[in-house]
Design a protein around this ligand. Structure first.
Ligand SMILES: NC(=O)c1ccc[n+]([C@@H]2O[C@H](COP(=O)([O-])OP(=O)(O)OC[C@H]3O[C@@H](n4cnc5c(N)ncnc54)[C@H](O)[C@@H]3O)[C@@H](O)[C@H]2O)c1
Length: 288
């Protein structure tokens, strides 16, 4: 960072105030003290916000896109899958942008953030949800599968957060949420590369949070148990899944909408003092 880019906490606070005055302020209109809901709309909490979501074509990323778009956000959905165009086209609201990109391409992250800044302005929120789970006993995992897991789950998340973080710290406001996993805090059979990549996400989250807190940018991780998405269903099919379900005190897997609700909180103005955390959403699995 250059000295010109360096800002103090109060500079950041001033800019966040200006941002709010310019129409970006989040108001929980109508939410009051109501119990949290997992529906996709009902408030304009994210009106005027530019929200960048990787892995938005499927599962958790898609559910987050639907929730935040339903609350007024302009969503930039990034995914390698062709489906990203239809998913983003189908979001509530307007002004969204689908970007079909492979996040393992060198330079992809920087180019994406540059394009978003040019087309929509500085992103207010980044959610890193793109990820893979390639399972194998540790002694048999091919080097190529280790590398691919790290390339997508860790490196792509780092480069996206780095590129978005540079822009956000300059603007004096930002919310970054990284999808980790319960596998970041406990070992899981045949998940050696996945566990390592997700534990690293938590370390990265903490380090970034310290550096960027003075600039109005929060960085947090969310760690779900098994979520009923294409990735979750594939990794936990059959009898193995039933055993895993029995080990979750809540007695069930999580739904993508439940993860989206937690991410929406961390992406909101209300969470301005929450940074560097790894929020578990595991039905008690890691408390056993
Ligand atoms: N489903 C679970 O049980 C679970 C549990 C804990 C954490 N997570 C994490 O949540 C995140 C989302 O998982 P999900 O269950 O929604 O998975 P998913 O497979 O439904 O969606 C992941 C998306 O990432 C995209 N993607 C993969 N590689 C990419 C690349 N190189 N470039 C761009 N996009 C790419 C895929 O195309 C897909 O649309 C992942 O980081 C995952 O590790 C999932």
């Amino acid at each position: 960072m250059t000295s010109q880019e360096h800002t103090t906490g109060s500079d950041a606070a001033d800019r966040a105030d200006e941002f709010a005055a310019a129409g970006g302020a989040a108001e929980f209109a109508g939410e009051g003290g109501a119990a949290p809901s997992t529906d996709a709309g009902g408030t304009a909490e994210f009106a005027g916000r530019v929200v960048l979501i990787t892995g938005a074509a499927s599962g958790i990323g898609r559910s987050i896109a639907e929730r935040l778009a339903g609350r007024g956000a302009r969503v930039v959905g990034v995914d390698v899958a062709e489906a990203i165009r239809d998913v983003v086209d189908g979001l509530p609201g307007e002004g969204h942008l689908p970007l079909r990109r492979d996040l393992t391409d060198p330079g992809a992250a920087a180019a994406i953030v540059e394009e978003v800044e040019r087309e929509l302005g500085t992103p207010h929120v980044l959610v890193n949800s793109a990820g893979v789970a390639i399972l194998s006993p540790a002694s048999e995992l091919p080097a190529s599968d280790w590398r691919r897991t790290m390339d997508i789950n860790l490196d792509a998340s780092f480069y996206m957060a780095q590129a978005a973080g540079r822009a956000m710290t300059r603007a004096g406001y930002g919310r970054i949420v990284n999808l980790a996993s319960q596998a970041a805090v406990v070992g899981l059979d045949e998940h050696v590369a996945y566990c390592a990549s997700k534990a690293a996400i938590v370390g990265m989250t903490k380090a970034m949070s310290l550096e960027w807190a003075p600039h109005g940018v929060t960085v947090n991780a969310v760690s779900p148990t098994i979520v009923e998405t294409p990735l979750g269903k594939k990794a936990w099919a059959g009898e193995k899944g039933e055993r895993a379900r029995a080990g979750i005190p809540a007695g069930r897997f999580a739904q993508p909408e439940e993860v989206a609700a937690m991410v929406a909180y961390l992406a909101s103005d209300d969470a301005g003092m929450v940074t560097g955390t790894n929020m578990l959403l595991d039905g008690g699995f890691t408390s056993v």
